[in-house]
Design a protein around this ligand. Structure first.
Ligand code: INI
Length: 180
């Protein structure tokens, strides 16, 4: 095998791949021409509004046009997968970002909502063959959620938006059927 070459380009990372290997990569900073849909939960809207702002800022910085964006609001994280599946199955979007905040309240409800949201989103992505990103905070309290929605620990909405751009490119480049 010929010597490995570092995989750096625009993405800073630590990977090396053998020369000649086929690569499927996506630049998360390059969103021009991509159509992105967002499903946002209204529950804990003090948090999810911050996730949504972070996502918009990141998408705009990457060159995604407002006319190529769509946003669906749903009551809570439990309903995110329903909206995400419909958006993905429409064939209009290159990726869908799900934004929500599930805050543990000392009841088993947290586990059902958080678990089903994650499961439903993963299943919707598999079944529609469209990248659907998990920008759902699952935290013990509101402080932790604020820290991760534009506070001292970043913004998971922005992270999910960035991942959506990367996955939109990766999905376009990977072999196989584009849509289910
Ligand atoms: N929905 C959330 O998005 N976050 C939560 O923390 C939450 N809690 O704790 O109950 C929550 N519940 C509502 C749920 O997502 C559904 O909207 C509701 O059960 C109706 O199906």
């Amino acid at each position: 095998m010929s010597p490995a070459r570092p995989l750096r380009s625009k993405q800073e990372n630590a990977f090396s791949v053998p020369r000649g290997a086929r690569l499927f990569v996506g630049d998360p900073a390059s969103g021009r021409g991509l159509r992105i849909a967002i499903a946002a939960a209204r529950f804990n809207d003090r948090i999810t509004a911050r996730l949504l702002s972070g996502a918009f800022e990141r998408l705009e910085a990457a060159g995604v046009r407002a006319a190529d964006l769509a946003v669906a609001f749903v009551p809570g994280a439990f309903e995110l997968s329903f909206a995400a599946r419909r958006l993905a199955a429409s064939g209009r979007y290159d990726a869908v970002v799900c934004l929500g905040a599930v805050v543990r309240g000392g009841t088993p409800h947290f586990d059902y909502v958080a678990g089903e949201a994650a499961r439903g989103i993963a299943r919707a992505s598999e079944e529609t063959n469209v990248p659907i990103l998990f920008g759902v905070l699952t935290t013990d309290n509101e402080r932790q959620a604020l820290d991760r929605s534009g506070g001292r620990l970043g913004n998971r909405g922005a992270d999910a938006a960035r991942a959506a751009i990367e996955m939109a490119h990766v999905a376009r480049s990977l072999p196989g059927r584009k849509r289910a």
